[in-house]
Ligand binder design. Sequence first.
Ligand code: ATP
Length: 422
Amino acid sequence: MIIINILHIGIDDTDSPDGMCTTYLASQIINKFKDNGIELVDYPRLIRLNPFARFKTRGNGGVCLRISNDSKASLAKEIVLSEVEKLSMFDCDNTNPGVIFYEGEITDEMKDYAFRAIYEFITIDEAEEFAKSVGCEIHKFKKGRGIIGSIASISLPLTDYTFELLAYREPDKFGTPRQIDHDSVYEMDKQTFPDTFENVDYAEDYIAIEPKTPCPVLYGIRSNNVESLKKARSIVEVGEVIDDWCIFKTNQHTDMHIQKASNIGAMKQFGCYQVIGTVKNKPSIIDGGHMFFYIFDESGEIECGAYEPTKNFRKVVSHLRPGDVIRVYGGIGEQNTFNIEKFQVIELNDVEYRNPVCECGKTMTSAGKNKGFKCKKCGRKIKSDKKVPIIISRDLQNGQFYETPVSARRHLSKPLCRMNLN
Ligand code: ATP
C-alpha cells in the first residue's frame, strides 16, 4: 500500500451577510489548483460546527481541502493565501479569516478538538495554542477567528457523511434574484428523493435548495451519494449561467451535534442533546405562535419549545399530553429552552381518568368532596369517588419519530429519511 503524505488545508470565516461564501472561495482555489496540476485527495469537505457559535454568519461552516504534500505544496499554500486575501469580505467587522496548513496524520487529540468545536465554545487563543501544540501552520487575517473552525474542519472524522452539490452564479449576478425553475426542482425531488433530501418543503411551498442571502450560491442540493447529485443537477433548470459547481463531502444532516444526555439535569445551556423525559403539561401556544411544554425526569425538568418557524410541527407537538414519555433531540438556547428538532414517542399515556357513567347512560358528577358521584338524570348515587380509567385513542404512535419541516431544519439535523442509514 502506498501511503501518501497529506497536506490538510483548513479555511474559515471569509464571508459576511453581504456576500461571499467560504465554499465558493474553496471552489475558486480548487480551480487554481487544477490550472497548476494540483489534485485534491478525496472531496473537499464542508464541516458544520457548533450551531450556537456567536460569530457565525449563517450555518457555521468551515472548509477543508486535502492534497498530496509533494513538491507543489508550497505553490498550493501560496494560492490558498492569495485567494483568501482576494475574496474575503474584510470590510465586515465579523469577518476574521483563518487558514491552517497541517501535514500528516490527524491525531486523536485533533479529533477531540473537532468534537469540542461542535459541542462547545472555543476562543481564538485556545485554538491558536492548540494549533501550535500539534504543529499546524497558522495564518490569521484581522482577528483570525477562522482558525477555530479551520482546525476543526481538518480534524473531524466523518463516521457518517452526506454530500452537497453547490452551483455558483456568475459574479455579476451576485445579489440579484435567482433564476431557478421551481417546477424542475419539484421534478428533481420526485425523481431523486430520498437519495437527495431537503429539496422542497411541500407544506410551505418552499424551495430549500435556493439560498435567501446575496451569496454566490445559485443552489445547493444535499444527498447521500454523488450519483444522485449528478442526476439532480441534470433535472434542475435555471435561467442563468452556472459559472461553476463543486461537490462537498460534509457532516450535514448526520446529527453529529447531538450528544446523548443521561438525564435532563446533565444537559448544559448551548449544548445539543437527545434526552428522554416525561411530558409534564399540555403544550400551549403563546403570542408570536411559539409552543411550549415541560418534560421532567428524576434529575429535573426543562421547558421545550417548538417555535413559530416550525409551522405544522407545532400541530404534532400539540397532540402530546401529560404522562407521555418522549425522546427529544435539539439544543438549549439563549432562553434556556430546549429547542426541539425532532422527537420520538417512547410510550404514550393513553389512559384518561373520567367520571363514571350511570346505568341510565348519563355521565355522573361529583356529589361533593369524599361523597362519591351522583347522577343528575336518575338520581342514582355511588359511594366511591374513584374516577374510572378509560383507554383513549391518540393521534401519535408509540415508537414513531416526528420532525420539524424542511424549511426549519438545521444543517446538522438528521432528517427521518436518513434515520435508518446509521
Ligand atoms: P457560512 O456558513 O456562510 O460559511 P458561517 O456561518 O460559517 O458562514 P463564519 O463566517 O464561518 O460563519 O463564522 C463562524 C466563526 O465561528 C468562525 O470564525 C469560526 O472559526 C468560529 N467558530 C466555529 N466553531 C466555533 C466554536 N465551537 N466556538 C467558537 N467559535 C467557533
